[in-house]
Design a protein around this ligand. Sequence first.
Ligand SMILES: N[C@@H](CCC(=O)N[C@@H](CS)C(=O)NCC(=O)O)C(=O)O
Length: 205
Amino acid sequence: MIKLYGYPQTRSARVAWALEEVGVEYEYSLVNIQLGEHKKPAFLAINPFGKIPTLVDGEQIISESAAICTYIAEKFPAAKLIPTEAKARAEYFQWLFFVVAELEVHLWTAAKHDRFLPEDKRIPAVAKTSYWEFEKAAAVLSAHLKNREHLLGNQFSAADIICVSVLQWAHHVKVPLDDILLNYMNKLSERPALARARKRETLAP
Ligand SMILES: N[C@@H](CCC(=O)N[C@@H](CS)C(=O)NCC(=O)O)C(=O)O
């Protein structure tokens, strides 16, 4: 059975969401990052990078939430979380990489320089510039979503899971989002699979 290593309110929520969308049974293994379990030998033997989410499917061990969600989308094609036709797939990967490499990276850099790095490594100006970079990428995303319900138009995809998760994070830390982005985020956040994923993470032993 597929096993997801995760912790509530982290990037593992994206993977739980994708798993719930495809409707597969999976085991949820809680890695308590507050207690540093992700840096202990038992978990490092699974993912030497010591990061969650990590997915184990038989012999296959996968990290990186965008790669994991894409793997799930490919493995369970009936859920249609990734297109099959070449042009639509190119669009899927374009937006997925945009979200990870042009949007999320700036939020994460800002968050690190705001509060996660050791104090002597934080540079307030880097945080400020990163929020500015995030806003620039968010404006591109907003223009794309102006007349679209999803990143790929009519089709909900795993790229939306990653994108909505990044916007939820931005919203949570009070980064302003325009109405187009808020509507997109709020609408897709109503999907029942996300509610099931959150419940599953909260109930994890
Ligand atoms: N790019 C990775 C980031 C993974 C990541 O940084 N996960 C965080 C939780 S959201 C983590 O494991 N943090 C613990 C640490 O870095 O020590 C992904 O998208 O999966």
